[in-house]
Design a protein around this ligand. Structure first.
Ligand code: PGA
Length: 261
């Protein structure tokens, strides 16, 4: 399976920083190759439309960090629908990032509605799952991640053919500089693929029709990207802090580009 590298800028950046980032990427010949793998960046919502033309030129996939769980237009002040994100050129959106689960109390039904809205608008949802440090310490990480998958499995089971993209982001590894060990990542990605397939089968859906893609995120940086990309069962990386720096983000993408050649 072709690997993906996705950046998540969170609530960082202004017009100038984003232009500068894109300019630096544009100067890099590797980003001009038509052979390059899937590379995407999710800028904050106000900057998506302006970033779109350069992202397209560079063959990069524009992403959003969040989407409304209201699918239809209406009196929903402050909401941004999946159709609107698609309209300004987004290809994908994060769903249920742990910071949103924590800060905006996102969970269960709302996440399932967001997944459905994204699929319906032809926007690839990237579902973020991951356990807290307490859950890991008490050995509950698999139960926690299974429950997060089951919350949205019904939505995935109703699609004829789709890719279910799941980003494993242990909460304790996000923004801490301390990535999960290679063994921990490999073990959890294997579990995620199995648990996702089982939850679809439990809904009478043959998991064979669904392509399950598992990414890892949490303190990914140029120093650990190559080792992570060599892991069995890893189909991509979700990069937070390091995606803000064009040099670091390019280095992570190069780890993948040089692996391919
Ligand atoms: P980080 O963030 O790479 O800064 O740890 C990852 C994420 O939250 O997606």
């Amino acid at each position: 399976m072709e690997k993906w590298i996705l950046g998540n800028w969170k609530m960082h950046g202004r017009s100038e920083q984003i232009s500068d980032f894109l300019l630096k990427l544009a100067k890099n010949d590797a980003f001009k190759s038509s052979q390059k793998p899937v590379i995407g960046v999710a800028f904050p919502a106000p900057y998506l439309a302006a970033a779109m033309p350069t992202m397209r030129e560079l063959g990069l996939r524009l992403g959003a960090q969040n989407v409304s769980d209201f699918a239809e237009d209406g009196a929903f002040t402050g909401e941004i629908s999946a159709a609107m994100l698609r309209d300004v050129g987004c290809d994908w959106t994060l769903i249920g990032h742990s910071e949103r689960r924590q800060n905006a109390k996102e969970c269960g039904k709302s996440l399932a509605k967001k997944m459905r809205a994204a699929y319906d608008a032809d926007l690839t949802p990237v579902l973020c799952v991951g356990e807290s440090l307490d859950d890991r310490k008490s050995g509950k990480m698999f139960d926690c991640v299974r429950a997060q998958l089951q919350e949205v499995a019904k939505v995935c089971a109703t699609r004829a053919e789709l890719e279910w993209v799941i980003a494993y982001e242990p909460v304790w590894a996000i923004g801490t500089g301390l990535a999960a060990s290679l063994g921990e990542v490999e073990e959890m990605l294997r579990f995620i693929k199995q648990a996702a397939a089982e939850s679809l089968e439990g809904l009478n859906r043959t998991s064979g029709c669904v392509n399950i893609r598992a990414l890892y995120g949490g303190s990914v940086k140029p120093e650990n990207a190559a080792d992570l990309l060599n892991l069995k069962g890893l189909d991509g990386l979700l990069v937070g802090g390091a995606s803000l720096k064009p040099e670091d983000f390019s280095a992570i993408c190069f780890a993948l580009l040089s692996k391919k050649s």
